[in-house]
Design a protein around this ligand. Structure first.
Ligand code: KIV
Length: 311
């Protein structure tokens, strides 16, 4: 398909209403799993829409899987806004979450509220997500009080992974598990509508989730959560290399893309592309007229005569 052609997007089924926070609470209460995925651009948002996902997170994992940074720390608010705007254009139904990048909320409540408002106003996300407990709890409270719903994120929090000892499972000791629980309870207490648990032992998650009223969305946190989230590029096999234990690959898109581009490379080099189907036609009379024009002796000599080298 050329970039000029419109892509096909199956309309969401007519009985699929936009996903709201009360709807997520209903799903949790009914034991209906909540499906969340990340998206970072228009086509990935369209895929999430067509696949019937409930929540789309414009995650700061974009730093790594889209922008090629070594971690999530370097991604800027401007970059997140640009990606979020593209995602918005591809979504109708899922709840859209804007991830607050590192440095956009930690230092004060004012900064946190300003950053959350910028994400909502400029990208059209309905809610924001921030990481960790501790001072983030106060930032979450301030954002909630400003009228923007907040999703919390505990356990492995990549923005502060260095302080946690690296990308490691969290809550493996009773003390660490209590911290996960206390962070989650504190975030719930200040009004977070849902909380991501990342890289937490399944049994620890199972023990804690019953203490929380809000939906917990797990990534590497086992099956006891109200929902699951995976990174789009990981689940589709667009990312290559070593994956976290919790990633399940549902496709091998990277390999498929390399196969496709390699075939294109071969066909251009062997002159098998373009084929007759890929070229535009022209009326023979128009072509004759063009040739008569090009055949004029004066055309080439005049061009050569008029040409002057640039100073
Ligand atoms: O940024 C992100 O993609 C996330 C998910 C891993 C939950 O925070």
């Amino acid at each position: 398909m050329s970039s000029g052609a419109r892509s096909h997007t199956a309309p969401p089924s007519p009985d699929r209403k936009p996903v709201s926070i009360p709807r997520l609470n209903e799903m949790k209460a009914a034991g209906e799993p909540i499906v969340m995925v990340t998206a970072y651009d228009y086509p990935s948002a369209q895929v999430a829409e067509e696949a019937g996902v409930d929540i789309v997170l414009v995650g700061d994992t974009a730093a790594m899987v889209v922008l090629g940074y070594p971690g999530t720390e370097p991604v800027s608010m401007d970059e997140m806004v640009m990606l979020g705007k593209a995602v918005r254009r591809g979504l109708q139904t899922p709840l859209m979450v804007g991830d607050m990048p590192m440095g956009s909320y930690e230092s004060s409540n004012e900064l946190a509220v300003q950053s959350a408002q910028r994400l909502v106003k400029e990208t059209g996300c309905q809610v924001v997500k921030l990481e960790a407990g501790g001072t983030s709890v106060e930032r979450a409270r301030a954002i909630v009080n400003s009228g923007i719903p907040v999703m919390g994120h505990v356990g492995l929090t990549p923005q502060t992974a260095t302080a946690l000892g690296g990308y490691k499972t969290q809550g493996k000791t009773a003390r660490d598990a209590i911290k996960v629980c206390e962070d989650a309870l504190a975030l719930q207490a200040v009004g977070c509508f849902a909380i991501v648990f990342e890289a937490v032992p399944a049994a620890v998650t199972e023990a804690i989730v019953g203490k929380l009223e809000v939906p917990v969305i797990g990534i590497g946190a086992g099956p006891a959560t109200a929902g699951q989230v995976l990174v789009f590029h990981d689940l589709l096999g667009i990312t290559t290399g070593r994956m976290a234990k919790f990633v399940k690959r549902y496709a091998d898109v990277h390999d498929e893309m390399v196969r496709g581009v390699s075939r294109y490379v071969d066909e251009v080099r062997s002159r098998h592309f373009p084929e007759p189907d890929h070229v535009y036609g022209v009326e023979p009379a128009e072509l004759d007229e063009l040739r008569r024009y090009l055949d004029q002796e004066s055309l080439t000599s005049q061009k050569a005569w008029d040409w002057e080298p640039l100073p």
